[in-house]
Design a protein around this ligand. Sequence first.
Ligand SMILES: NC(=O)c1ccc[n+]([C@@H]2O[C@H](COP(=O)([O-])OP(=O)(O)OC[C@H]3O[C@@H](n4cnc5c(N)ncnc54)[C@H](OP(=O)(O)O)[C@@H]3O)[C@@H](O)[C@H]2O)c1
Length: 305
Amino acid sequence: MSDKVGSRLSVFLTGGTGFVGRHVARRLAEHGHQLRALVRNPTAASSLTELGAELFEGDVTRDEELDEALAGCDVVVHLVGIIRERPPRQTFENVHTRGTQRLVEAARRADIGKFILMSALGAKTDGTAYQRTKYEAEEVVRRSGIAYVIFRPSVIVGPDGEFMQLLLRVIRGLPLIPVIGDGRYRLQPVDVTDLAEAFAQAVERSNLKDESFEVGGPHKLTYNRLLEIICEELGLSRRLIHVSPRLVRPLVDLASNWRLPTPISSDELTMMFEESIIPGEGNVLREVFGLEPTPFRSVLQRLAG
Ligand SMILES: NC(=O)c1ccc[n+]([C@@H]2O[C@H](COP(=O)([O-])OP(=O)(O)OC[C@H]3O[C@@H](n4cnc5c(N)ncnc54)[C@H](OP(=O)(O)O)[C@@H]3O)[C@@H](O)[C@H]2O)c1
């Protein structure tokens, strides 16, 4: 594998139809790489075919023959992940842990040179099922014997992302914005286009191997501040109404036991209060990838653009 930007690599991409995947696919194509994408529904993958990607129909929770799909590829970029389970098949265990295991085994057989995994900030053995299975996926990759790069981002933002779309809908639609708890828990939103560039560099640079990177944007923002910034940018005046988690949690737990749709799951509620920030002042986007991390406000301004 070369560390010269511009050398054309064959990249096997999973999760390419998702929010982050669309940006990563576009950036990889802009860097001149050939894409081969694992997709569940090829008819809904026009964003990938437009980039000249070759599609392979498949699902990481199924024991599919991935060998043919991976043959001749140089690098795997594995982005598949879920935030809500849809049993019996779409469980955290099946998608994150076993799905990564399947792909790693196939990658080993295909002699893949580098495996790039999308994990999440806060992945750990004693966390929520999401965090635990993300950590298990990391361990599968670390033990694979394949050179790897693991990304552990805080919340990823872009005008087309679900997180931002949801906040925009609430702020535009309601005069009072409900906030669970005191809203002082912090996030470090990272711009999806910065992250996509970091993925492209991880694909290309041979000096980036066997590394795990915690990735965040330039600012650690409380949830309250984040909402205020959106209101300022939209030119809207809104009051934040803080709702006790003691009221919300039983309702969310009840709804999830009955498999009813809720705007937030029990696990998401737990993770929200843990904060999603990187200790210290450093920023790997700047120090490792040579990028100037985009402030949250500038991501919002792209929306207006
Ligand atoms: N968004 C964030 O703020 C954030 C923060 C930290 C980490 N992450 C991680 O980043 C990754 C991408 O997140 P995202 O926001 O882009 O999610 P997303 O928009 O929901 O995309 C998920 C992707 O995974 C694919 N997928 C889901 N289950 C699959 C399966 N069983 N087999 C094959 N493909 C499957 C989806 O394909 P379909 O199109 O067929 O549904 C889609 O392409 C995930 O691993 C997530 O945990 C996200």
